[in-house]
Design a protein around this ligand. Structure first.
Ligand code: ADE
Length: 230
């Protein structure tokens, strides 16, 4: 069964090009995942196709109306079944490799992209299972965040990345940052390659990589080495 991703957005074209590139395109062609971008505006309930309105209580900016959002969410659920409905918002749970792994194990996800000042709070209360943030900064809308989340999840679906072992070794999945990589030429503008990598001694190479990975993590992201109970 393939993994389904449906994005609910006011800008479906935003996803056209990224999904036609590289790994994501190959995953779709191989039938490993299917993707649909739905225009929230198609679910507006008035003749002007309105999707936003002024906030109760006043203030700057507009709020996304509940009817089109819930219409789009219910339509996607009716087609895809009980898959998680995820709202992209700076107020959500920070995206992590662990969260990406856990979503990749499911049957798929519906991604709701907010715009303007936000969405009507009642939609979050009744029709959203998970809220995700991709970092402590504010984007113009949820679309770039949906793309980041979808990319991080889809590459973990079995069969998408050829060598699954490389997924376990990479940064964050192994608990820290990954070791440095080198390829030919052996001498690049006077810069060499660590001797041990040319030795063919697998155990020593593994040790070297483990050391480098730890050193890097200590220098750059010591927070990743702290235990959960600290
Ligand atoms: N929408 C706007 N900013 C965002 C962020 N940092 N993460 C997720 N969704 C967003």
């Amino acid at each position: 069964m393939s993994f389904s991703v449906e994005v609910l957005t006011l800008f479906p074209e935003f996803f056209d090009s990224p999904l036609q590139q590289s790994l994501l395109r190959r995953a779709i062609e191989a039938g490993l995942f299917d993707f649909k971008a739905t225009n929230i505006r198609d679910f507006s309930t008035d003749k002007h196709r309105t999707v936003d309105d002024v906030p109760y209580g006043g203030g700057a900016g507009m709020v996304m109306k509940p009817e089109p959002l819930v219409g789009a969410l219910e339509d996607a659920r009716a087609r895809l079944g009980e898959i998680p409905r995820v709202l992209l918002t700076p107020q959500g749970t920070p995206l992590s490799q662990e969260l990406a792994w856990s979503l990749s194990e499911g049957p798929g996800m519906i991604l709701l992209c907010g715009h303007y000042e936000g969405i009507d709070e009642r939609v979050r209360e009744g029709w959203i299972d998970l809220e995700v943030s991709i970092g402590d900064y504010v984007l113009t809308g949820g679309e770039p965040a949906a793309l980041v989340l979808l990319d991080s999840v889809v590459r973990l679906i079995p069969g998408v990345v050829g060598n699954r072992e490389s997924l376990m070794d990479e940064s964050f999945s192994c608990g820290g940052l990954e070791y440095p990589h080198y390829t030919r030429p052996r001498d690049f503008r006077g810069l060499g390659v660590p001797e041990v990598l040319l030795s063919g001694h697998h155990q020593k190479i593994e040790e070297f990589r483990r050391e480098q990975s730890l050193k890097r993590t200590l220098e750059r992201r010591p927070d990743l080495l702290k235990r959960d109970d600290e």
